[in-house]
Ligand binder design. Structure first.
Ligand code: C2E
Ligand code: MG
Ligand code: MG
Length: 457
């Protein structure tokens, strides 16, 4: 019996050892999977988990939390000039120094590279975060000792708050990152809170600008078409070409997301030329194939109208695509018309002489006077969507729309209403004598094939 007991005890001991070994190995793996080996700080994975937990706690307790996204300034420069070993050492020192300023409940993580994230829970208010950010900045006011040198380095910080800036960890991190870019742009070594406007201006600008340059070559631009309907018989008379950008990461982007950037960078010129080409080619294909719409409308940006060779460009494209000039309608915004004089008016007249139609887009948003309109070689006005949208609620808008229609008629202009979504709007417009309508009531902007499928008989 004794030997038997001894055997059992031994086996048991072996088993125990095996279990603790395996446990230790698992712990090690966990540690490796959840920590950054260089600084031993939580990595992205663990940060995500902790942040999600923190968010749940905040939601339950109705408290705020803050995400500080920090990026070292000119770190790449140190890496490049002193070598990676020095860079690594600096990152370790930064991590250690940051750790000293953390409170027990805060999380400090390294995302990789020179990016660190601090999560602060149970905020009393924005001042709490501000003083934390200031404290962090102060940590950088004395040097780091790396390879017998004193290195000064700065840090740029962006801050997002739960719940106002995001509901999950991904969104909070993204917005803190966005705010960080603003700090970089404004001369580095400072901090900024996220605001919604930033999403378009700072972050998108940086990421979109470089990809916009390649969008054409990569074939990511698309032209969608939206039908224009004659109100008297509900038949399609034409389409408006509307650009889309099929961005590899963000999906299909509407012009609001990238047109301003395209204007500012001048990229609107090659992009605009390409759109015009596509639209004209599509139009002659449709006409040749028996889909006999009267008009293809294409938007021109201010920048394009200022281009010296606009008229020649249009001529070339019409010829190359075998598109007849009177099939083409170019839309110019009203605000542009108002600031224009001299040369651009001449360009418009030359286009008219070619036989191309000109339309004024977003009519009603600018301040065109009647007499001014009469001097322009324009055949159509498009009443801005904002007036159509409010037709039911604001009694004045009915009056404005009627007045614009009456004015257009007296000037012998064609009138199209934009943004028609409801039957009562189209009814009102028809009664007032508006000629055409365009809007979701009839169709969204769609790819060419879809337009044929829906509208060609
Ligand atoms: P826009 O020329 O006034 O075009 C009409 C806009 O209203 C389009 O937006 C269209 O999708 C939208 N829309 C049409 N019907 C409805 C409706 O019933 N309800 C609502 N809520 N919206 C409607 P999109 O395509 O986002 O284009 C926005 C603006 O971007 C255009 O306004 C135009 O100014 C500009 N744009 C679009 N494509 C081009 C282009 O190829 N070149 C240039 N230069 N500008 C373009
Ligand atoms: Mg338009
Ligand atoms: Mg418009």
């Amino acid at each position: 019996v004794n030997t038997r007991t001894a055997e059992l005890v031994a086996t048991n001991r072996d088993l125990q050892k095996e279990i603790t070994d395996r446990k230790r190995a698992e712990e090690n793996l966990k540690q490796l999977a959840h920590h950054d080996p260089l600084t031993n700080l939580p990595n992205r994975l663990l940060l995500d988990a902790r942040l999600e937990h923190a968010i749940s706690r905040s939601r339950r307790n109705h408290t705020q939390l803050a995400v500080l996204f920090m990026d070292l300034d000119q770190f790449k420069h140190i890496n490049d000039s002193l070598g990676h070993a020095a860079g690594d050492e600096l990152l370790r020192l930064v991590a250690r120094r940051l750790q000293t300023s953390m409170r027990a409940n805060d999380t400090l993580a390294r995302l990789g590279g020179d990016e660190f994230v601090i999560v602060i829970e149970q905020l009393q208010g924005k001042q709490d975060v501000e003083s934390m950010a200031e404290k962090v900045m102060e940590l950088f006011s004395w040097p780091f000792r790396v390879q017998q040198r004193d290195l000064f380095i700065g840090a740029s910080i962006g801050i997002s708050l739960y719940p106002q800036d995001g509901m999950d960890s991904e969104e909070l991190l993204m917005h803190a990152d966005t705010a960080m870019y603003l700090s970089k742009r404004e001369g580095r070594h400072n901090f900024h809170f996220y605001t919604q406007e930033l999403t378009v201006s700072a972050y998108e600008r940086m990421t979109l600008e470089s990809s916009l340059r390649q969008a054409l070559e990569r074939g990511e631009m698309r032209v969608y078409y939206q039908p224009q309907i004659r109100l008297s018989d509900s038949r399609i008379t034409g389409v408006e070409a509307l650009v889309r950008w099929d961005h590899p990461e963000f999906g299909l982007l509407s012009p609001a997301r990238f047109l301003k950037l395209a204007e500012e960078t001048g990229l609107i010129l090659p992009i605009g030329r390409w759109i015009l080409q596509q639209a004209c080619r599509q139009m002659s294909q449709w006409r040749a194939g028996g889909f006999s719409i009267e008009r293809m409308a294409v938007n021109l940006s201010t920048r394009q109208v200022h281009e010296e060779n606009l008229v020649e460009l249009v001529e070339d494209i019409l010829r190359d695509t075998a598109c007849q000039p009177n099939w083409l309608e170019l839309e110019i915004t009203e605000s542009f018309i108002m600031q224009e004089t001299g040369r651009s008016i001449q360009a418009m007249e030359r286009l008219r002489n070619l036989g191309v139609h000109l339309a004024i887009d977003d009519f009603g948003t600018g301040y065109s006077s009647l007499s001014y309109l009469k001097r322009l070689p324009v055949v159509k006005i498009k009443i801005d969507r904002s007036f159509i949208r409010d037709l039911s609620s604001a009694p004045n808008d009915g009056a404005i729309v009627s007045a614009v229609i009456a004015m257009g008629q007296s000037l012998n202009l064609e009138i199209t209403a934009e943004g028609v979504e409801e039957t009562f709007q189209s009814e009102f417009l028809r009664q007032q004598g508006c000629h055409q309508a365009q809007g979701f009531l009839y169709s969204q902007p769609l790819p060419a094939q879809q337009i044929e499928h829906d509208w060609a008989d």
